[in-house]
Design a protein around this ligand. Structure first.
Ligand code: URA
Length: 462
């Protein structure tokens, strides 16, 4: 087989065989296929797309390029939740201990997470704002922690899907990132390699997300569900709103403190609603009960404090100082706090969420390249959300940072991210659609709960 012919066939819109796709992935990982040919192939895929079968083949060959975690010895159902990335998205930190507290001995969450880049935050960075917390357990210790406590979170091990690391780096410099089959195979190869039987995908849509429209997000969600189900796992996706940050806090220690508030029953309404919704759905996907039972139990483990105690237990097991969760003031605070005030009476009509994420990164909470150091205490607390009324001079946001230079940069960006006006724009719902192996159910209700009257509009497809 020659790479030239495979590129040509894809360029002409032919459907590639499993053998051809395996040849491309294996050849690129082994170094036999050079960057210039792989770049041409990626561009052909970008322009021509891929069928369901091609996307599934690509995913499975990528998955098989490295280690695959074996969770089959855990004595219960293995669950994973993945978000495609957003601003202020701290739901994984709450969902994991909630599930472990809801079904002890029956549900196990073995989570491999990533770091933040540019405007998006990363679960690992948030966890590392807890003093002592280690995200680099070896596989044996990781599985032992999951077994003992019902959940653990680590960074991706070095040899998990090496094909994705190589291919993503090339996509990043060849304008081929924004391709649904390439994004779907990149995400799903890592999720499948991480080993869980049941995977809930939170596909973000809006100004702070990869996907800017509900249609695009539903296509990506459908592609990922089809891949996972085709590979014999249970996979569902919820398409949720990232046109505004989730909760009030953006920035690592600030977000951990907000998760603590949420697990103690005093979190922001939108964040609480979303973590209960995601937890209930994953509980159901794992065959542990109905969505309604999941929701009731999720609310119960918040109300009785057991989800918060579970977070403390998991934190201690991973070397973290749980005293900082019991008293989040111990997580530390930034040297400078600056209040951004509303310019006039009116409404906060729109939030450019991506810019809020960039502002937070400029304050020190994020990184532009994977090697940048981050300031765990930096970030933004938005006291007003999209659609809220404001009075002239009222505090809209508090910026946390270490230096005046960072403050100047972050403040200018945050100001540009917020639009004030005199019309009250209704805020968008939290949930747009749920994608299962049966198709797409669009949520009609602003409340964001899974709507029983939602209609199946189309079959899942790539
Ligand atoms: N996240 C990934 O892991 N891969 C992509 O291609 C895009 C987002």
């Amino acid at each position: 087989m020659r790479m030239y012919d495979v590129i040509e066939r894809k360029r002409e819109g032919a459907e590639l065989t499993d053998e051809e796709i395996g040849f491309v992935v294996d050849g690129y990982v082994s170094g036999e296929i050079p960057d210039y040919q792989m770049s041409a192939w990626l561009m052909a895929v970008f322009l021509r797309g891929m069928t369901d079968a091609e996307t599934r083949s690509l995913t499975l060959h990528m998955m098989a390029s490295g280690d695959v975690v074996d969770l089959s010895n855990l004595p219960g159902v293995t669950l994973d939740k993945h978000s495609t990335g957003g601003v202020g998205d701290k739901t994984s930190l709450a969902v994991m201990p909630m599930l472990a507290a809801m079904a002890p001995g029956r549900a196990f969450v073995a989570k491999m997470s990533g770091r933040g880049l540019r405007h998006t935050g990363g679960t690992l960075d948030k966890l590392e704002s807890i003093p002592g917390f280690t995200i680099s357990l070896d596989e044996e210790d990781f599985l032992a922690a999951v077994r003992a406590h019902g959940g653990a979170i680590i960074g991706q091990t070095g040899n998990l899907v090496p094909a994705d690391k190589l291919i993503y780096a090339l996509r990043d410099v060849t304008a081929t990132v924004d391709s649904i089959p390439l994004i779907a195979s990149s995400i799903m190869s890592k999720k499948l390699a991480a080993g869980a039987q049941c995977i809930l995908l939170d596909v973000k849509v809006g100004s702070g997300a990869f996907m800017k429209t509900v249609d695009e997000a539903v296509q990506l969600a459908s592609a990922m569900v089809a891949i996972g189900e085709g590979a014999g796992r249970r996979v569902e996706a919820m398409v949720t709103n990232m046109d505004r940050p989730l909760g009030h806090a953006v920035g690592n220690a600030l977000e951990v403190a907000e998760v603590v508030d949420t697990l103690r029953g005093r979190g922001p309404a939108d964040l609480t609603h979303e973590v209960v919704m995601l937890t209930a759905e994953l509980f159901h996907l794992g065959g542990l009960g109905t969505v309604a039972e999941g929701r009731a139990l999720a609310e119960h483990v918040i109300a009785d404090g057991s989800a918060f105690e579970k977070l403390c237990e998991i934190t201690t097991a991973q070397g973290g100082d749980a005293r900082t969760l019991r008293d989040p003031a111990l997580l530390g605070s930034a040297r400078i706090r600056h209040e951004l005030l509303a310019p006039a009476d009116g409404f906060l009509t729109a939030i450019d969420t991506e810019r809020v994420g960039v502002a937070s990164a400029e304050l020190g909470a994020g990184r532009l390249t994977l090697d940048d150091a981050i300031d765990h205490t930096a970030g933004i607390v938005l006291l007003k959300n999209q659609g809220d009324a404001v009075r002239a001079g009222e505090t809209v946001a508090v910026l946390h940072t270490a230096t005046e230079d960072r403050l100047a940069a972050g403040l200018a960006t945050l100001r540009a991210a917020l639009t004030f006006g005199t019309d009250a724009h209704a805020s968008e719902p939290l949930l747009f659609a749920t994608v299962t192996r049966d198709g797409v159910a669009y949520a009609n209700e602003a409340a964001g709960a899974r709507d029983p009257s939602a209609s199946i509009k189309s079959k899942g497809r790539i």
